[in-house]
Write a protein that binds this ligand. Structure first.
Ligand code: IMP
Length: 180
């Protein structure tokens, strides 16, 4: 059972659902005067459960699309992003809401935000389920954050270790012996 690999639950299913209601309210306020449908872009694959939970609370018009990216670190510039799967629709002149599972070093989001502005999006907002501020190496913050968490490796609700545990309905801390 995958549940046996979890040391403790950090954020429960109920807490996530309740926080999504609050985040959706805040986003409703931001988009209340928006005339065009908001393009919601989920970063694959970790954002999928969060995006599904969040967007069912929206009453503003929206469209969804997905992107899969990886950021370069090390010797490469932090502005570079490798697109593994691109979006199907154009974001030019459109309001874009990027949905992410977790902001860790911040490299991915910084690169993706830059990419959307470069492609002519008129407004770019970021909502992330989790934020690990202690790990940040580049200057970027999500506009909306579900939960700020300590520097621990977490899985569940979309987040994986070696592609496993994404289906857990909560955010849990993985037992160290699993990844060490
Ligand atoms: P960043 O570019 O370092 O901010 O990377 C963010 C990505 O790293 C996330 O989208 C996750 O896929 C992954 N990640 C960071 N921390 C964790 C974690 O604690 N558990 C699972 N994945 C993580």
């Amino acid at each position: 059972m995958i549940q046996n690999d979890i040391e403790r639950i950090l954020v429960s299913e109920e807490e996530i659902a309740a926080r999504c209601v609050e985040l959706a309210h805040a986003l409703e306020t931001h988009y209340k005067d928006e005339k065009e449908p908001v393009l919601i872009v989920g970063l694959l694959r970790g954002s999928v459960p969060f995006m599904a939970e969040l967007m069912k609370r929206f009453s503003f018009p929206c469209e969804i699309d997905f992107m899969s990216v990886s950021s370069y670190s090390g010797s490469k510039s932090t502005g570079d992003v490798k697109i593994n799967k691109d979006m199907d629709v154009s974001c030019e002149n459109r309001p874009v809401l990027i949905v992410e599972d977790i902001v860790d070093t911040g490299r991915t989001l910084k690169a993706v935000k830059h990419l959307f502005f470069h492609r002519g999006a008129k407004d770019v907002k970021i909502v992330s389920l989790l934020d690990k501020p202690d790990r940040r190496v580049v200057d970027i913050e999500a506009d909306y954050v579900g939960f700020t968490i300590p520097n621990e490796f977490v899985v569940g609700y979309g987040l994986d270790y070696d592609q496993k545990y994404r289906n857990l309905p909560y955010i849990g801390v993985l037992k160290r012996e699993i990844y060490e």
